[in-house]
Design a binder for this molecule. Structure first.
Ligand code: FRU
Length: 502
């Protein structure tokens, strides 16, 4: 008798827990606006990607994280891992604030030769290099409250120990002194650190990741200076057998479409100095929601893989999500190409994302003067071909919330208007028109790839020669692509649904 009762209660318990589990999987990552194939934190506030590194088997994405709220606050490093950069697994918080401050942005390396002595050659340490932000010092308006610290992990990022001699770089008197990007420079057998100090870049060298020497500065008088310089990155790329060095610098504000954006310089680096004779200002991405992007260290075939924060400081803390705030961009591969104004940076979603595509039928329908194509619900990939002429196409919901794209042949721009795209009242800046400069394009025929994911579109022109990343907050999925039937010059070449990763 007792046994039967026990069995019944056990089975009802199992039934209850499987129902609860089902309910949990049904609601998990299904809140309004929640991206389905982009990385976003399980809950709470996220900003910049940090410590992007491949450890030999897994990719690590650390990120600026405030675990207590959905607005920015005392920063920690959140952590996620992936074997392919497509599907992510959440990991426990990696770095917590300590007596030197909260943990701002930075990078991570695999110290394969154990130059730091923090591990062994058999078990090389993963070393994180980050900025300490001492909030009390900031409040007292001192000028040395940001310093650089390191931490190491001997179990592939699972647990971390802060270096006992922190901080490894003290602040000589800069209010903004942060975001160390460290990499191994094979040609001069040294660790290099790119660090920003308000309006310029500082380059440091080290043999052991602990003792650093300042070797040069760059940028006081070149490039965009509409805001403070943040999140530098420096790396080499080949084009036609020639090596070019690319410097990424995020600035906030001062982006081409308001608020935050990332500029780049193409130049040369000899292990000590970075130089560039670039005269014009170049942007990695023209969209308003692509910031603080940096690249991975130690990638398997030396690919240059980039992830950015898909938001903008002008309104990031007010977007209408409730359980979490912000997502990362899709991982993109960076390369160089020859444009009509010299060597430029190209960014293309990584090949591995193709596995998420589910082919969909393209069927054209018409309503009044317009032609439309129904889109796979919520997450879709659309490839359009068009001529650089004056034409327009629109992404729209069934309720007529719209994202409008207009090409202008005279000004060689693509204008994007998201002011009618749904919830836009949280910020005036969010409604500003977005212009993508196409003047460096070599051809009149354009291919546009749109990666749509519930509340964001990433748009790539000619395989990434220009791009624009933007968020929108519509009440329903963008379910149609609409354009004028007569001579619109727009052809839908490819359509796909995209699987959820969560
Ligand atoms: C860029 C940034 C970094 C800083 C971090 C703080 O978005 O301002 O310069 O390290 O965010 O969260």
């Amino acid at each position: 008798m007792t046994k039967t009762v026990f069995l019944i209660s056990l089975s009802s318990l199992l039934l209850f827990s499987s129902c609860a589990q089902k309910a949990e999987t049904q609601t998990y990552y299904s809140e309004p606006y929640r991206p389905q194939y982009h990385f976003s934190p399980d809950s709470m506030w996220m900003n910049d990607p940090n410590g992007l590194v491949f450890d030999g088997s897994s990719y690590h994405l650390f990120y600026q994280y405030h675990p207590e709220d959905i607005v920015w606050g005392p920063m920690h490093w959140g952590h996620a891992t992936s074997s392919d950069l497509v599907r992510w697994e959440h990991q426990p918080i990696a770095l917590y604030p300590d007596q030197f401050g909260t943990i701002f942005s930075g990078s991570a390396v695999m110290d394969l030769k154990n130059t730091s002595g923090l591990g062994t050659e058999e078990n090389p340490p993963m070393v994180a290099i980050f900025t300490y932000h001492d909030a009390a010092g900031a409040e007292q308006k001192t000028d040395n409250f940001q310093t650089q610290g390191i931490a190491f992990s001997l179990d592939k990022g699972k647990s971390w120990t802060k270096y006992a001699g922190n901080p490894v770089i003290k602040n000589p008197g800069y209010i903004d002194f942060r975001d160390p990007k460290v990499f191994w420079h094979e040609a001069s057998s040294s660790w290099i650190m790119a660090l920003v100090a308000g309006d310029h870049l500082q380059l440091y060298r080290s043999d052991n990741l602990i003792d650093w020497n300042l070797t040069s500065t760059f940028g006081h008088e070149v490039g965009a200076h509409g805001g403070v310089w943040e999140c530098p990155d420096l790396f080499a790329l080949e084009l036609n057998g020639e090596t070019h060095w690319v410097l990424l610098i995020s600035i906030n504000p001062g982006g081409p479409n308001g608020g935050s954006a990332t500029q780049y310089f193409v130049g040369d680096f000899d292990g000590y100095d970075f130089s560039s004779d670039q005269e014009s200002i170049k942007w990695v991405d023209f969209g308003p929601d692509n910031y603080a992007g940096v690249t991975f260290n130690n990638t398997p075939n030396d690919e240059r893989l980039f992830i950015a924060w898909m938001n903008n400081w002008s309104y990031a803390q007010n977007t209408p999500t409730t359980k979490w705030r912000s997502a990362s961009t899709l991982p993109r591969e960076l390369s160089l190409f020859e444009a009509n104004d010299g060597v430029r940076l190209k960014n293309t979603p990584i090949e591995a994302l193709e596995q998420l595509k589910v082919p969909a039928q393209i069927s054209l329908e018409s309503s009044g003067d317009s032609t439309y194509v129904n889109l796979p619900s919520g997450q879709a990939f659309v490839r359009l071909e068009l001529m650089l002429m004056t034409t327009e196409f629109i992404l729209t919901t069934a309720k007529d919330e719209q994202l409008k794209f207009s090409l202008n042949a005279d000004s060689k721009t693509l204008l994007i208007d998201r002011s009618g795209s749904g919830e836009v009242s949280f910020s005036e800046a969010f409604n500003a028109p977005i212009a993508l400069d196409l003047s460096s394009s070599l051809s009149e025929a354009l291919t546009l790839d749109l990666w749509i994911d519930v509340s964001s579109v990433e748009l790539f022109v000619n395989g990434g020669e220009q791009s624009a990343t933007l968020q929108y907050f519509s009440s329903e999925p963008m379910s149609r692509l609409l354009y004028e039937a007569v001579d619109s010059g727009v052809t839908v070449k490819q359509l796909a649904g995209i699987e959820r990763i969560w």
